[in-house]
Design a protein around this ligand. Structure first.
Ligand code: ZN
Length: 528
């Protein structure tokens, strides 16, 4: 029994508490899709859908068993963070083309896009370059509308690109947007916020969905959650404001996102045709729970089971509102997750380490300092070394010498797999060398990255106490891709695919043409 049921009952969203129906294939309608539902699960490793599939009974079961499931799919870029991942999935282009290369250079700090009604970081797609599937749809039919929601600004904004659509994220215990999208919140969003659904979870207990014997993972693992509250059950704060502020790190926020999405479909009339509308939902709690407890935890196992149930109720409710034969669904993730190194000593060879890059950065700074240049021109971020040539005293020759020094010291550092000048990576065999390929597909030519460093598989950069992602290794890059609906041939597909292949494949299914060259290819095997 979902413990959220008492919370959702009595809202306008009672449809969410429908009992689960048996999984079924979508109707074989040949009519043009009226609604694309694009689901991103933040930090969903592909193996979660494999190893726990026998315990699925809801939306993940329906999508995986009834859809075209690409099991060998990758975010094929190096910095596997939330912003670049979300920017690639509906653009069909790598970060070197979207310009969204890191979370810290993602959607925030646009002075023209303050939030509406709450304090928080300004956010807009001002760094995003080019178009997305939503732009191709609106080019083909101006009536197309999109709703994109997430807990995170980057998770809501980037799948839609620059299009000024209905885009909302969770700040200050409410859903809001920024002035990039409008001057005020629409009444339906104000009304949803006024219901205070997140606050209703005050005092709610998160306990295991299934009997404890259903979970092979140990529960009491002190490295989880920085040594705090790492066993079941877990209780949300009794204070409603406090509960709402931490809800995103619980499975219950997925229920709120699903309720908000269904409300939006009804209020905006999405998917009634004749045009194709877009509903994009980035379900964020898997990422928050994954960062806290890691990919080996009982918590992430239970979270994925609960996500399965929530997605099942979400799809059941959606298919009551719209003809399933006119709805297509795609599901993927923005990145995966790397286990805690301490839990991977037998899993990978060499055993993973925690690695400090400080000596390598210090070596680069020493080169600048010895020449009287500004040592703060050097910055290492997400494995990429930047040297700001506009800083006092920094010359092109010094940039080269400093970057070479960084690479030399990094290569001598235990736990470093590769360190290299960025310009030389293109000479690798990019078909075989996935690490080099993912770095090459990372940065636009105008981003002045001088060198990159990648640790051995499973190693973490010091000093991060939480579970991490962000590397070019498959732990972080391997994600599921699922297409579901009348245009797709159900089955498991083992061919190598990339998340940039999603948008062109959906465009083909929707009968539209991308308006710019893409990195991705149409996955014709999945199409009827
Ligand atoms: Zn993410």
């Amino acid at each position: 029994m979902p413990i959220s049921r008492p919370v959702l009952a009595g809202t306008l969203l009672c449809a969410l508490s429908l009992t689960l129906g048996a999984p079924h294939a979508p109707a074989q309608s040949r009519s043009k899709p009226a609604l694309l539902v694009f689901i991103t699960v933040d930090q969903l490793r592909e193996d979660y859908l494999e190893k726990w599939s026998s315990q699925f009974s809801g939306g993940l079961k329906r999508l995986v068993e009834g859809g075209a499931f690409f099991t060998n799919a990758f975010q094929d870029h190096a910095i596997t963070e939330t912003a670049p991942g979300h920017a690639s999935i509906m653009s069909g282009r790598f970060p070197r083309s979207t310009g969204i290369t890191r979370n810290v250079a993602g959607v925030n700090n646009d002075p023209n896009a303050p939030l509406i009604g709450v304090n928080g970081l300004s956010a807009s797609p001002f760094r995003f370059r080019g178009t997305t599937l939503t732009d191709w749809l609106t080019s083909a039919d101006a009536r197309t509308r999109a709703l994109s929601i997430s807990v995170k600004d980057r998770g809501a904004i980037l799948p839609i690109g620059r299009s000024k659509q209905q885009v909302y994220w969770y700040v200050g215990n409410t859903f809001t947007t920024s002035r990039y999208y409008g001057d005020s919140l629409p009444d339906w969003v104000k009304a949803f916020d006024a219901r205070q659904l997140p606050q209703h979870y005050a005092g709610k207990v998160w306990d295991l969905l299934l009997p404890p014997a259903s979970y092979p993972e140990p529960d009491s693992v002190p490295i989880e959650n920085q040594g705090r509250n790492f066993v079941f059950p877990k209780t949300l704060p009794a204070d409603s404001t406090a509960a709402a502020s931490v809800l995103s790190a619980s499975p219950f926020m997925d229920e709120v996102l699903a309720a908000f999405a269904l409300d939006g479909v009804q209020q905006l009339g999405l998917g009634k045709g004749p045009e194709t509308d877009v509903l994009a939902v980035s379900f964020s709690p898997t990422d928050y729970i994954g960062h806290a407890f890691g990919s080996d935890s009982r918590e992430i196992h239970d979270q994925i089971l609960r996500l399965d149930r929530t997605l099942g109720r979400f799809l059941d409710s959606l298919y009551k509102l719209r003809d399933p034969g006119t709805v297509i669904v795609a599901l993927t993730a923005d990145h995966g997750s790397t286990p805690f190194p301490e839990l991977s000593q037998q899993r990978y060879s060499p055993p993973p380490l925690r690695v400090s890059s400080r000596p390598a950065v210090a070596a680069a700074r020493a080169v600048l300092g010895a020449a009287g240049a500004d040592t703060m021109a050097v910055e290492l971020e997400s494995g990429a070394l930047f040297i700001d040539a506009s800083r006092p005293g920094v010359t092109p020759a010094l940039v080269n010498a400093a970057a070479d020094s960084f690479v030399a010291v990094a290569r001598r550092t235990p736990g470093v797999l590769m360190a290299e000048r960025y310009a030389s990576l293109a000479s690798h065999d990019l078909g075989k060398d996935a690490i080099a390929r993912r770095w090459v597909q990372m940065f636009p030519p105008d981003v002045p990255v001088q060198a990159v460093v990648t640790l051995t598989r499973g190693s973490y950069p010091d000093p991060f106490p939480i579970a991490l992602h962000g590397t070019p290794h498959d732990d972080d890059a391997h994600v599921p891709i699922v297409f579901f609906g009348a245009p797709f041939k159900p089955g498991r597909y083992a061919q190598f695919t990339r998340t940039v292949d999603i948008a062109p494949t959906l465009a083909q299914a929707l009968g539209i043409t991308p308006t710019e060259p893409l990195d991705g290819r149409v996955l014709t095997a999945a199409l009827r």
